[in-house]
Design a protein around this ligand. Structure first.
Ligand code: HEC
Length: 121
């Protein structure tokens, strides 16, 4: 009965709590960028992405562009997404997608927030 390791489970539980606290501090911050990005993407006067793309959670989408889903598996490198949103004409000179960065429709932080949101799709 006098097991000298008897305090171990308590220590592990305390460690798990500490890790949990650390982990939730990060996503809380990232979460606000995601919802900011979603707002920008859905805002008809800003990203206006819904005019051309079906996006989960968005109303009355258009279908000129492909549905935006499984984005993280298709574009694991976020720089590719930043490039597409900043100026898709570099990748495809024929595209109808507006160059949001080049035309200053969205600022760099706004584009980054939209990318954070896209990576949750
Ligand atoms: C006027 C229509 C239009 C608007 C508005 C638009 N896009 Fe696009 N988008 C397209 C088209 C068309 C394509 C297909 C690729 C091409 O044309 O080069 C595309 C492609 C993409 C892709 C690549 C998708 C894939 O599966 O490869 C992403 C990501 C994307 N758009 C994000 C956005 C975001 C984010 C917004 C809003 C900030 C937006 N688009 C606004 C038309 C649009």
């Amino acid at each position: 009965m006098t097991d000298k390791h008897s305090t171990r489970p308590v220590r592990i539980a305390a460690l798990a709590l500490a890790i949990g606290a650390l982990a939730s501090a990060g996503p809380a911050c990232a979460q606000s960028a995601v919802s900011e990005g979603q707002k920008l993407a859905f805002d008809r006067g800003k990203g206006n992405c819904l005019t051309c793309h079906v996006i989960k959670g968005g109303d009355l989408p258009g279908t000129i562009g492909p549905e935006l889903k499984d984005i993280k598996s298709k574009y694991p490198d976020r720089n590719d997404l930043v490039a597409i949103i900043s100026d898709e004409t570099k990748r495809n000179p024929q595209t109808v997608m507006p160059p949001f960065g080049r035309n200053r429709i969205l600022t760099e932080p706004e584009i980054n927030a939209v990318v954070d949101f896209l990576q949750t799709l």
